[in-house]
Structure formats: structure tokens, C-alpha cells
Design a binder for this molecule. Structure first.
Ligand code: T3D
Length: 263
């Protein structure tokens, strides 16, 4: 699948940033089977050719989660297989992308749509955006990584409140709680997110890839301090062998901006 085949998303590559726009605004960019396939393919493509990925939505929403109108018999669908075969790879394509992923949440992000955004490395939202763990409204549990990410990001009490009550959380509060990086005025969201993505794309992307791996391994339930220190050492060893590290030190000593190449 190439960018030319995409029907449900838009894909553009410029200045090292792959911008992926969910593009079914008439249904608030909800995810049908084709969009899941295209988004997974686009993330793989971007991981190969970009140095940062920017994920956003067309129209007034970021993503309303599963397309509840997608042609299928809801009663007979095997959700376990659907999640394992389609949603899990999508979440991992975002969380484990070898380059930083920035989500620009331009409006409501609901259900799996919220959790795809939260799987990104840096989440920026417009003030009018909302995060909604909508699952309980339709008798489901949080998926697309929500049950993993939410307690880690905001603690169990807030995670449980959001999921049990399934009430929208506005962008300002999401930022206050540490669910996202920042909330910005709606009119400034696109420019602010692009500026961050460009800055990351011009950064030491070897180190960024390694720090993503280090952060994934961190957390009280996953590892001990000793394990994490050993992991940091191994990953830092790899970072230390990169050209970008050499350039970073040289630039510091020469009092000039670094020119990172991602090698
Ligand atoms: O297969 C599985 O089910 C398992 C996978 C689960 C993963 C999940 O993501 S489960 C959660 C699914 N998502 C939701 O439950 C959210 C559903 N949407 C909403 O609750 C509301 O639309 C919003 C709170 C997100 C926004 O409300 P509002 O009032 O701003 O907009 P609206 O009028 O409800 O929606 C506008 C249109 O988009 C409307 O179509 P229309 O009437 O103009 O023709 C609406 O039907 C459509 N739309 C919104 N969300 C979805 C959707 N169409 C299909 N699927 C959607 N998820």
C-alpha cells in the first residue's frame, strides 16, 4: 500500500516530518477496517522515511474510536481477534515507532481514538478538544492500550473515574493531570504541533529512539531500579556510538547549534 492508495487518511512528508491526517470527518474520523489498515501502513511507511510523525484529524474531531456503523453484525464479531489483529498492531505502531510521534488532538478523541492519541510520545491538544473513554457507554472496557496507559499517566483513581464514568475530560484538565503534554488555543494547535514535530525531526533521532525504549521499560510494575539502570547503560552505550552524539558534543564545545543527521 502506498500513499497514493490511501482513502481514509492523508499522508504528507516534508522537512523530515510525516503528517498523517485521519480523514473521515463526516463520522468524526472513526476507525473502520480500511482506516485501521491504512493507518498501520502509513505508520510503517513513516517509520522508514521520516524522522518524526505528526498524527492529527480532519474536521472538528481527532477520532471517535471504532466506527460503530462499520458494516458488520456486532453480536457475531470476535472482538478478541479484532483487537489482537488490528488494534494492538496499530497501538504498537505508534508507541514503538522508531521516531517520535506527536499527536495534535484537534477535537474530541473518544474510545480507541483517545487511546491512539495517548500512545503518542507527545500529545498536544486544542483547548476545545476532549478525551473520552467512551467504552463503558457501550458496555466495553478500555482497549487500544487504555488500561495500560491511563493508570501510568494519571494514576489509578483518575483512570478509574474516567473509565467508569465515561465523561469527557477537557484538554486543559488533561494537561493539568499530566495526561497530555499541553493544551493550546485551537487556532495555534496546527502550527504548535508542526513546530514541535520539526524540532524533533531535526534532533538526535538515534537518542530519541533509544530513550523511547528506555521509557517503555520504566515504571514500578515493570522493572527494578537495578534493571532499569542496566537497560539505560546498554541503550546509552548504543547512543554513545552514534554520529549524532559526536556532533552534539562537538557543537556544544564549538558553541554552535548541532546538525543532527539521525545516524
Ligand atoms: O469493534 C468494536 O466495537 C470494538 C472496538 C472498540 C474500540 C472503540 O473505540 S469503542 C468506542 C467507540 N466510540 C464511541 O463510542 C464514541 C461514539 N461517539 C460519540 O459518543 C459522539 O459522537 C462523540 C462524543 C464522540 C461526539 O459527539 P457530538 O455530539 O459532537 O457528535 P455526533 O453528532 O455524535 O457525531 C457526528 C457524526 O459522527 C454523527 O453522524 P451523523 O448523525 O451526522 O450522520 C455520528 O453518528 C458520527 N459518529 C460519531 N462517532 C461515531 C460516528 N459514527 C460511527 N462511529 C462512531 N464511533
Amino acid at each position: 500500500m502506498t500513499a497514493l492508495d490511501y482513502e481514509t487518511i492523508r499522508y504528507a512528508l516534508a522537512d523530515g516530518v510525516a503528517t498523517i491526517t485521519l480523514d473521515r470527518p463526516e463520522v468524526l474520523n472513526s476507525l473502520n477496517a480500511r482506516m485501521r489498515r491504512e493507518l498501520t501502513a502509513a505508520l510503517a511507511q513513516a517509520s522508514q522515511e521520516a524522522r518524526a510523525i505528526l498524527l492529527t484529524g480532519a474536521g472538528r474531531a481527532f477520532c471517535a474510536g471504532q466506527d460503530l456503523g462499520d458494516a458488520r453484525d456486532v453480536a457475531s464479531v470476535d472482538l478478541e481477534s479484532l483487537i489482537l489483529e488490528e488494534y494492538a498492531p496499530l497501538v504498537r505502531a505508534i508507541a514503538e515507532a522508531p521516531v517520535p510521534v506527536v499527536a495534535a488532538v484537534n477535537g474530541v478523541a473518544a474510545g480507541a481514538g483517545a487511546n491512539l492519541a495517548l500512545a503518542a510520545d507527545l500529545v498536544l491538544a486544542g483547548h476545545s478538544a476532549q478525551f473520552l473513554q467512551a467504552f463503558a457507554r457501550i458496555g466495553l472496557i478500555p482497549d487500544a492500550g487504555g488500561s495500560y496507559l491511563l493508570p501510568r499517566l494519571i494514576g489509578r483513581a483518575r483512570a478509574m473515574g474516567l473509565c467508569l464514568l465515561a465523561e469527557p475530560l477537557d484538554a486543559g484538565k488533561a494537561a493539568d493531570w499530566g495526561l497530555i503534554w499541553a493544551a493550546v488555543p485551537d487556532a495555534e494547535l496546527d502550527a504548535a504541533a508542526l513546530a514541535i514535530a520539526r524540532r524533533l525531526a531535526a534532533g538526535p533521532t538515534v537518542a530519541f529512539r533509544l530513550l523511547k525504549t528506555a521509557m517503555r521499560g520504566a515504571g514500578p510494575a515493570e522493572t527494578t531500579l537495578a534493571d532499569q539502570l542496566a537497560l539505560e547503560a546498554r541503550l546509552q552505550g548504543e547512543a554513545g556510538r552514534s554520529r549524532d552524539f559526536q556532533e552534539g558534543v562537538a557543537a556544544f564545545l564549538e558553541k554552535r547549534p548541532p546538525r543532527f543527521e539521525g545516524r
